[in-house]
Write a protein that binds this ligand. Sequence first.
Ligand code: ADP
Ligand code: MG
Length: 315
Amino acid sequence: MNEFALIQRFFAEAAHATSDPSVILGIGDDCALIAPPQGQQLAISTDTLVAGRHFPLDTDAYSIGWKAVAVNLSDLAAMGARPHSILLALSLPSVDQAFLREFSRGLFAICQQYGVRLIGGDTTRSSVLSITITVLGWLPIGQAITRHAAQAGDVIMVTGTLGDAAYALQHPHSPLQHRLDQPTPRVELGQALRGVASAMLDISDGLVQDLGHIAKASGLDAQLDVECVPLHLILQQLSVSERLAHALAGGDDYELCFTVPASRVDAVTAEAVRQQIKVTTIGVMLPRQAAQTQVQLRLHQQSFELQQTGFQHFD
Ligand code: ADP
Ligand code: MG
């Protein structure tokens, strides 16, 4: 099967199945054409998943398709953007039709759930399976939620429970497997936090490391009360050191971490209840105390040290 037949069979037809007037031209030409909505800015991001590095080699094809889109939608969510479309750059060791059928089924399932169109991409052969997705979304002008505007005194909050995916990675076939394979991007909550959260990101490399990015960008320290970090019941059964390793330094959570003025916490909680998403206060932003930004960990008011703080991309 050649490249064009492959695109046609697995990616083009389903992409054209929905009609969206903002997509002037989708798959098939040299570029896609999009009509930007008035008063909106384009939010754009890209993420690569490499087999054996970003997901276990035995991950099912449906989940790979799902996750490749989910991690990208999570980046849009973290800015408060509304998803619009994706581009898919696929590097394949072979044309395995059974794999491609399931992969595209997973990819289109999550696209449909979030009203996202596949508008183009690239397909090539390579020795390793690798999926790069570029995601496009819209933001009302000037309303992006960045990492750099947290204020001292702002409360730190997170969605969901942390460490589930890291646990699943170490315990194959556990009840938390879906949290690793098919993460849920917090797309709707992210948008609801525009004008409320002062800073936000999605947790992909571990809470402590990622919270450090907000603190550094904002010129502040972060104080984290580790006993407040929300844990799934399964993680609550682990030893303290194990559960904290997963929840504070494990990767692949794709939950949102954001800062809010204390006066807005009730509004955030009400919106989260409406969306049936758990949100938890886990700490507070503080003025910077030393030359370098610090994420200060406390366990029951005592300061506390962690061995490893997060996923390192070049280890
Ligand atoms: P070009 O030679 O201009 O790079 P290609 O032959 O790579 O074009 O792709 C032909 C069309 O198919 C383009 O519109 C491209 O965006 C689209 N396409 C290629 N690969 C994929 C893919 N994996 N998913 C979706 N669209 C794709
Ligand atoms: Mg090409």
